[in-house]
Write a protein that binds this ligand. Structure first.
Ligand code: UD1
Ligand code: MG
Length: 459
């Protein structure tokens, strides 16, 4: 029995006041639509169709290669009209189910969506509903008053009488229907209503008229059925999702200084006794080893931080590996390809890119290491840089074990600083240095005897 998942994403999202289609706005780093697609992917073997309209080209580009079939709805004449567009693409065998989801309701849980599809089972019309204190704007669920409370239909807010508006149970915009019946019902819709739209919700009364059972499944919590219509609602959902993610981490033992000041836009895997201070942002795939500590206001993207490492405040890390027991920051910047061994120290205003640092290497202040291989126990002085770029090509700097680079040195790549070398402060090194010796490449200091400082002429 086939399951088709239809995601409605053609709407404009006027209240976002954005040049972007609403479903392309991001929540925790993923577009609203991607959240729904990821949830759909958890429902097993199913075909997914996305109805596009406003900003269709951008929406379609955003889902390219993700296995969903885009179908355009042009113009947008309502939710029923939207589903009409996909009718030729839907299955329709006996017992097949079509699940309707919304591209702007991103936090629907896979369990809830699955339960909805199962409640349909290819035989019944299953509606996802919720009871709200303030149901303004939503379609109301109408039930019989005979005590059985059977569902009779849905009336849109704009078409509802005052008594109907008093109903608190609303349609969330998600339903599952026997596919063959859905196809027939949506093609029979009319737009004789307050909004002159083809309402998908009118199929409920059709089902009732034909004696097809209609069941209402209540959503577990409000968050999973909340839609995004405005920047304020987007931010509200973001906080709810962040809170949920923070609680999951804290349940696993991660110590967040404040779950309300934590942002994860991707995945974060933590060992035991990990501490994360306020205001940190984690993006992409990040892992933090046992006992790792992250200070306030760090941004960490696609990185692996070793056990016991300490990331001091205001550090920015992207595409890097940090070894066990390393100390990074404050104000450090690790760029893609930075591979730091155990117990490496990277201090304030130090930038490391595409460089491998051996165990115990230190660059504590104001330095740049790019395209470098740095040995163990190296001390890299304040203000020193690798001049790795000649304007056209990048070159490598190789620094051996136990090297001491003084302050304010320029290592002009390609160049090799052999094991145990010492480079005097202020040197510009463009030739390889011999092992174990002091190399100095700077003008000698002279003192000019009898030199007079100029004086201003008296007026
Ligand atoms: C719809 C429901 C209402 C429900 C509410 C829940 C109908 C008629 N009403 O109302 O009962 O309480 O959702 O949020 O279905 N869309 C298209 N093409 C269109 C129109 C809409 O793809 O022509 C998409 C939108 O992008 C959106 C979804 O369908 O994802 C819902 O559309 P929207 O206009 O928000 O419907 P509501 O009036 O809120
Ligand atoms: Mg809506």
């Amino acid at each position: 029995m086939a399951l088709d998942i239809v995601i409605m994403a053609a709407g404009k999202g006027t209240r976002m006041k954005s040049r972007w289609p609403k479903v392309l706005h991001r929540l925790a780093g993923r577009t609203l639509l991607q959240h729904v697609l990821d949830t759909a992917a958890k429902l097993g073997e199913a075909r997914t169709i996305v109805i596009t309209g406003h900003g269709a080209a951008d929406v379609e580009a955003s889902i390219e290669g993700r296995g969903a079939l885009p179908v355009r709805q042009q113009p947008q004449l309502g939710t029923g009209h939207a589903v009409q567009q996909v009718v030729p693409h839907l299955a329709g065998g006996d017992g097949d189910t079509a699940l309707i989801l919304n591209g702007d309701v991103p936090l629907i849980e896979a369990d809830t969506a699955r339960a909805l599809a199962e409640a349909c089972g290819g035989r019944q019309l299953a509606l996802l509903t919720i009871t709200l204190d303030d149901p303004t704007g939503y379609g109301r669920i109408l039930r019989t008053a005979d005590g059985t409370g059977r569902v009779l239909g849905i009336v849109e807010h704009k078409d509802a009488t005052p008594e109907q508006r008093a109903v608190n149970e609303v349609y969330t915009g998600m339903m599952a229907a026997p596919t063959a019946l859905l196809k027939r019902w949506v093609m029979a819709l009319t737009n004789h209503n307050a909004q002159k739209e083809y309402y998908l919700t009118d199929i409920v009364a059709m089902a009732v008229a034909e004696g097809v059972p209609v069941v209402a499944t209540q959503a577990r919590d409000e968050t999973e059925v909340l839609g995004v219509n405005s920047p304020l609602q987007l931010a509200d959902l973001e906080r709810r999702l962040q809170r949920r993610q923070a609680e999951t981490l804290m349940d696993a033992g991660v110590r967040l200084a404040d779950p309300a000041r934590f942002d994860l836009r991707g995945t974060l895997e933590c060992g035991q006794d990990v501490e994360i201070d306020v205001g940190c942002v984690f993006e992409g795939r990040v892992t933090l080893g046992d006992g790792a500590r992250v200070g306030p206001h760090c941004v960490i993207r696609d990185a692996a931080i070793g056990a016991g490492a300490v990331i001091h405040p205001f550090t920015h890390i992207e595409g890097a590996r940090v070894g066990d027991g390393a100390l990074i920051g404050p104000y450090a910047r690790l760029r893609p390809g930075a591979e730091l061994g155990a117990e490496v120290h990277i201090g304030n205003f130090v930038e490391v890119k595409n460089s491998v640092l051996g165990k115990g290497a230190k660059a504590n202040h104001l330095a740049y290491l790019g395209d470098a291989t740095v040995g163990e126990r190296v001390n890299y002085g304040a203000g020193s840089i690798t001049a790795n770029y000649d304007g056209a090509n990048k070159h490598r700097t190789v620094i051996g074990n136990d090297v001491h680079i003084g302050s304010n040195c320029v290592l002009v790549a390609p160049v090799t600083i052999a094991d145990g070398s010492t480079v005097g402060g202020g040197s510009t090194i463009s030739k390889d240095t011999p092992a174990g010796q002091l190399t100095v490449a700077r003008a000698r200091q002279v003192t000019i005897a009898g030199w007079q400082r100029p004086v201003k002429a008296k007026k």
